[in-house]
Every structure is written in C-alpha cells, then in structure tokens.
Design a protein around this ligand. Structure first.
Ligand SMILES: Cc1cc2nc3c(=O)[nH]c(=O)nc-3n(C[C@H](O)[C@H](O)[C@H](O)COP(=O)(O)OP(=O)(O)OC[C@H]3O[C@@H](n4cnc5c(N)ncnc54)[C@H](O)[C@@H]3O)c2cc1C
Length: 372
C-alpha cells in the first residue's frame, strides 16, 4: 500500500517536553497524532524543572506524574531578597505546595517511552518547513500523510524558516546551573536573590534525603565557576550547613522571544515564547498552551478557520505579560538608576503589606489563576 495517505488530526514537530506532553494529551482526547523530532536520541538535560501546582495536576491526570522514580521535592516557601530592601519577601500557601522540583531528563524519558508505546513518535526526521501545510500531502519517512493541524514545538531556536517570525528580546544573559550537597535539611524552601550582577535561584533538588539543592545563576557578565560557588557559600552556608558542589556547571544562553502569528501553524512551548528563567515559569506556560489547545478542541471543530487565531490571541497575551514582567524585573535590577530603586522598593512594599496582591502573585506562580 505504497500510495496510502495516512490521515491524522495533528502533526507535532518537536518532541521535547512540551511537544511530547501535547501529543499525549491530544491522544488522550481521541485525536490522531504524529510527533516527529530531528534528533535520534533524547539529548540529556541536567536541569531541574519547578513544576507548579497546575502543571502537576495536569501531569497526574495524564498518568505521568506517578511514573517519576526520583522523589520530587515540594516547594513550601519562597524567600525573595535583593540588594536594595532589608527584609525578604516570603511567599507561602497553606492549602497545597506551590510547586515541585523534578528532573527534566527523567520526565522527557517517561513521556517519550509512552509515545513509543503508542507508536506515535518518529525520530531522526528533518522536515523542510517549506513543504508542510495543513491539509496538504506531506512525506515523512517515505510515507504520505495529511494533517488537519500542524503544531510547532521545536523550542526557542525556531527561526529555521522565514515564516516563523519572532520578536527577540535578547539581553545577552546566560544561566549557569549546578548542584550542591549540604549538611542541613533544605526544609523545602526555594530562594531567589537579586544580586547586583543577576538573580540567583536556589531550589530543593529531587533527592531521597533533603540534602541536595540546585542553583540557577543568570547574568550577562562573564563569571567564573569559583565566583558563583563563593557567592552561594556566602549566602547559604548558614541556612544549609556545609556545602559541597558537584563538579559540573552547565551554561544555557537565554534568548527571550515571542513568535508572530502564522495562519498555518500553532506554536506551543518555547516555540511560542521563551522567557527569562527568573520566574521559573517557561515550561509551566507551555502546559497552559496545551491546556488551551485541549479546551478549544472541545469547543470548536479543529477544521474551524478561527481555531488557530483564537488560540494565538489567547496565548500570546499571557506570554507577552510574562515576558514583559520578567524582562522588566531584570532591567530594574541591572540598571542602578535611582528611579529603578524607587520602583523596586514600591513593589516590595506593596507585596509585603497588601495580602491580596501577594496572594495574586502566589496563585499566578502556582498556575492557579489566569491573567485572561
Ligand atoms: C536554566 C533554565 C531553567 C529553567 N527552569 C524552569 C523551571 O523551573 N520551570 C519552568 O516552567 N521552566 C523552566 N525553564 C524553561 C523550560 O526549560 C523551557 O520552557 C522548556 O524546556 C521548553 O520545552 P519545549 O518542549 O518547548 O522546548 P525544547 O525542550 O527545546 O524541545 C524542543 C524539541 O524540538 C526538537 N527540534 C528542534 N528543532 C527541530 C526541527 N527542526 N524538527 C524537529 N524537531 C526539532 C528538539 O530536538 C527538541 O526535542 C528553564 C529554562 C532554563 C534555561
């Protein structure tokens, strides 16, 4: 049956964490899906992922969360401090953990295995974006396909084709990620310190005993691993006890961007927007992209012409707000103008003294409220 045309509802290009999870969610909702990735094997990723309460619930319902073997570490308290204000800001939520920290690589292995089991994943496929269009014949792996919708989930480096136009907000930042063991229990607290050279986040790392943490230090300055280690020791030896660093530190260039609308494609995850990791929300927003897709597919036929534009106008708004907020935060701390200090002090004062405002931020971080 060489000339057979395989008819599918969705083609997802990119089987990273977001593309793979989108495929599982659409499959669960009875859509016929094919996912392709250009890589043959999963590229190991040593990072951790702070999964907020909304995303965790989504993964539980998808049957993925329970498959994690390394114990996720819940985030019970977030302590935010900076070089301008004297007292820290503390975010706490009584009804449920604000988030949980897991390993990216473990999660992607679980979802990829599930896709293979369902026979809906093809790897080592380099597709020419000029040759794919919804409802037109597409050749993949010597087979002919027709897809009603094409989802692009190839991460932030999506400028492979002129039709994938994006607005870039590159501030020249790099994130440095590493791990350290410590003598004292981390108590499931997460920290964000805004230093003069950039924000430093410390999160409880997935581990059996609560004696391992991960750091993410983001800066546009050149910095040596030793300087990062000294900074962490100075700030955390009191709370965490004696600190021993793991050998490797991994570097990730940060390239915030927003993708422009394109009538042929639906963008999800970092392909739609990539934001600064200071808020730990990039991937969580990708889960919201998937949730919106599923919701729309229940309310509209996927053949409906307005499907793509409703999705885009909804998701680009929240993405822009997050991108704007995280970029502004960095700008305020990096540029030491007197007006910036005043704005930061006012923000701190508002968050410390106005409980409804603080609660709003906590619910946002947890993915428990929608901006739109
Ligand atoms: C240091 C750091 C820490 C972070 N921490 C957090 C956090 O705690 N919480 C959070 O919510 N977010 C966090 N993020 C953001 C999060 O990592 C990303 O938002 C998320 O990984 C994006 O997933 P994705 O599937 O969209 O893209 P990717 O993971 O980049 O996946 C893209 C996939 O597409 C494939 N691909 C690429 N090009 C093609 C092509 N042409 N054809 C076919 N396939 C292709 C790739 O092989 C890959 O498999 C962090 C980011 C950084 C840099």
């Amino acid at each position: 049956m060489k000339n057979k045309i395989h008819k599918c509802d969705f083609l997802i290009v990119g089987a990273g964490l977001i593309g793979s999870i989108a495929a599982l969610a659409l499959h669960k909702n009875n859509f016929k899906v094919l996912v392709i990735d250009k890589e043959k094997k999963i590229i190991p990723d040593k990072r951790t992922l702070a999964v907020n309460a909304n995303s965790r619930e989504f993964l539980i319902n998808l049957g993925i969360w329970g498959k994690l073997k390394t114990k996720p570490q819940s985030i019970e308290k977030i302590i935010i401090s900076d070089y301008i204000n004297h007292k820290p800001l503390i975010f706490e939520n009584n009804s449920e953990a604000m988030g949980n920290v897991i390993f990216n690589y473990e999660m992607v292995q679980i979802v990829r295995a599930k896709l293979k089991e369902l026979s809906i994943l093809k790897t080592d496929i380099n597709i020419n974006f000029n040759n794919i269009q919804p409802n037109k014949i597409t050749f993949i792996d010597k087979n002919s396909y027709k897809f009603k919708k094409i989802i692009i989930s190839i991460g932030k480096n999506n400028n492979l084709n002129p039709s994938h136009r994006s607005i870039k907000f590159d501030q020249g930042h790099n994130s440095f990620v590493g791990f350290f063991n410590h003598y004292k229990n981390h108590q499931n607290f997460a920290y964000e310190i805004f230093n003069p050279d950039g924000p430093l986040a410390i999160l409880p790392s997935p581990s059996k005993y609560k004696n391992k943490s991960t750091f993410i230090y983001t800066t546009k300055k050149k910095i040596s691993p030793n300087k990062i280690k000294l900074l962490i020791k100075k700030k955390f030896e009191k709370s965490h006890g004696q600190i021993n660093f793991e050998k490797s530190i991994y570097k990730f260039p940060i390239k915030p961007n927003l993708t422009k609308d394109n009538k042929d494609f639906i963008y999800i995850g970092d392909s739609l927007k990539s934001i600064h990791p200071v808020a730990g929300q990039g991937w969580n927003l990708g889960i919201k992209d998937i949730q919106k897709l599923i919701k729309l597919s229940k309310n509209y036929s996927i053949d409906d012409k307005i499907f793509n534009s409703i999705y885009y106008s909804n998701r680009i708004l929240e993405s822009s707000i997050y991108l704007g907020f995280t970029s502004l935060l960095n700008f305020l701390y990096e540029n030491k103008f007197p007006i910036n200090n005043k704005v930061i002090k006012l923000g701190y004062f508002g968050l410390r003294s106005l409980k409804p405002l603080r609660d709003f931020f906590i619910k946002q971080a947890m993915g428990r409220s929608n901006l739109i």
